[in-house]
Design a protein around this ligand. Structure first.
Ligand SMILES: [Zn+2]
Length: 158
């Protein structure tokens, strides 16, 4: 079980991903006891194939009828994960709330419903190209590098 804990609005939150590992396959834990989604250890995450686990997690949220959204909150994103988000039509909302993107990320040629980037930290550049997004939220987002949007369509953007 991942040791991730945080307090949100007076409530203690723990790792949501460890609770569903029987559904998405065994989730590796790093030396500190953090799961592959919460771990900040980039080398370890790469060695343990972060993108493979992330792909399984996304598929689970997409396919399970009981899951109303693709829950990717508090995740530390690293490496080449773009194939998981590109050239796809997402039928469910995606929440990246409180997550951190440690490397460049390109969202390209996809259709999204609601995208929640509230309180997200983009340590490197983020690009949206040829995407359709119904609704995107950026409250309290932190861009440490560039935000570039080209040939995209956002119905609501705030
Ligand atoms: Zn965790």
């Amino acid at each position: 079980m991942c040791v991730f804990k945080k307090e949100l609005e007076g409530k203690e939150i723990d790792c949501n991903f460890s609770k569903i590992d029987y559904l998405v396959g065994l989730i590796p834990l790093d030396e500190q006891g953090l799961c592959i989604f919460h771990s900040e250890n980039k080398t370890w995450k790469n060695e343990n194939n972060f993108s493979h686990h992330l792909g399984k997690l996304i598929s689970y949220f997409e396919e399970d009828a009981l899951q109303k959204k693709i829950f990717l909150e508090d995740v530390i994103f690293i490496g080449n994960i773009e194939n998981l988000f590109n050239n796809k039509e997402f039928k469910k909302d995606i929440s990246f709330k409180y997550s951190q993107f440690n490397e460049n990320i390109v969202f390209s040629s996809s259709t999204f419903k609601n995208l929640n980037f509230c309180s997200v930290v983009f340590k490197e550049s983020v690009f949206f190209t040829n995407v359709f997004v119904k609704n995107m939220r950026f409250d309290e987002v932190q861009f440490n590098s560039k935000l570039l949007i080209t040939e995209s369509n956002f119905l609501i953007f705030f």
